[in-house]
Design a binder for this molecule. Structure first.
Ligand SMILES: Cc1ncc(COP(=O)(O)O)c(C=O)c1O
Length: 327
């Protein structure tokens, strides 16, 4: 397996136990917590000017990715635009990714490494975008895919998985029940790429932070509003900020995001507010906004009203996917 020279290996996020990167790894064999990909990074190792000639995808950040672009199972994911919504507020439009969501970022990385390490098939539970993304990257990698989904999943998500040739199993309950079903009844030879159950989806998602750094000309916004679910996007960006600091590209200051270390916060948005604010942001910007994107717009309005956000601070809202699959 060709790894990028800076990729140093896998370590448990929680108990620091090292794990062999040459075999397919899931979670820590000692404590069951997620594994982290470590990089040996020096100041000056990544330069913004060097990126000009790199691939127009997230694979451009070779110094901080485990595998070189030449080995990637890629559909040209990442490098999504920042669109201004109003003064000092931008939308990072992840709807432009393959299969219409930021899930493509994690799947390109996880599927690339899984294929390289000999996976014969792939599986995951999903209640939405991850199913289509895994199915598409499985198709690109020529690996069979099984996804288990709750039976009330909107039909576009189900059809999308099938379109790319995945086997889609529907069952009662939530995504957690789908995960249990997969464990008990899924194909035994399929490698499970569930959120935070393998180390590489985070590595794909962390590129959202590298893109912000590149798009803000080597700076970062003051606050990032991100619709979290499984948490890989947040964990990934938080990891990337640490790496950017080690590379000497940012200082100790962080955009407000992950909750304790960056003085961030969490806001729960009721369904009715999501329904109202999704079209509101679409009409304001002309962007294809998903309900999760509507939720962050609603969060911005609330956080402004509460005084958490100050006028003039630079805010990035993540529209994590296309709205079309929900209709
Ligand atoms: C559109 C959309 N936004 C956000 C999320 C949450 O992502 P994360 O796992 O990074 O928290 C998901 C899926 O879980 C999603 O499909």
């Amino acid at each position: 397996m060709n790894w990028n020279p800076s990729f140093a290996g896998l370590t448990c996020f929680s108990c620091d136990t090292p794990h062999d990167r040459e075999v397919l790894q899931t979670v820590c064999t000692k404590c069951g917590m997620p594994l982290r990909a470590d990089f040996q990074l020096q100041r000056g190792a990544l330069r913004r000017e060097a990126l000009a000639v790199r691939p127009r995808s997230l694979w451009r950040y070779a110094e901080v990715l485990p595998v070189p672009a030449a080995e990637a199972v890629t559909l040209a994911e990442g490098l999504t635009p920042l669109v201004q919504a109003e003064d000092a507020v931008w939308v990072k439009d992840e709807a432009r990714n393959p299969t219409g969501s930021f899930k493509a970022r994690g799947m390109t990385m996880a599927v690339t490494v899984a294929r390289k390490l000999g996976a014969k098939a792939l599986c995951a539970p999903s209640a939405g975008n991850a199913a289509g993304a895994l199915a598409a990257y499985g198709a690109a990698a020529k690996l069979p895919v099984v996804v288990a989904m709750p039976d009330d999943t909107p039909r576009h998500f189900v059809e999308e998985g099938k379109l790319y040739g995945a086997e889609v199993k529907l069952g009662p309950g939530t995504i957690a029940d789908a995960g249990k079903w997969l464990k008990a009844n899924g194909p035994k030879d399929a490698f499970d790429v569930s959120t935070l159950k393998e180390p590489y989806r985070v590595e794909g998602k962390k590129t959202m932070a590298y893109e912000l750094w590149e798009q803000f000309d080597g700076e970062l916004p003051d606050t990032i509003l991100y619709p979290t679910g499984g948490g890989t996007g947040l964990v990934g960006m938080w990891k990337a900020f640490g790496e950017l600091q080690t590379l000497g590209l940012i200082g100790a200051a962080r955009p407000r995001l992950a909750i304790r270390e960056t003085r961030g916060t969490a806001v729960a948005i009721p369904e009715a507010e999501i329904e109202a604010q999704t079209p509101a942001l679409a009409r304001r910007t002309g962007l294809d906004i998903c309900p999760e994107g509507g939720a962050v717009w609603a969060a911005l309005l609330r956080l402004r009203a509460e005084g958490f956000l100050r006028r003039g601070e630079r805010v990035v809202l993540f529209n994590t996917g296309t709205g079309l699959k929900y209709r």
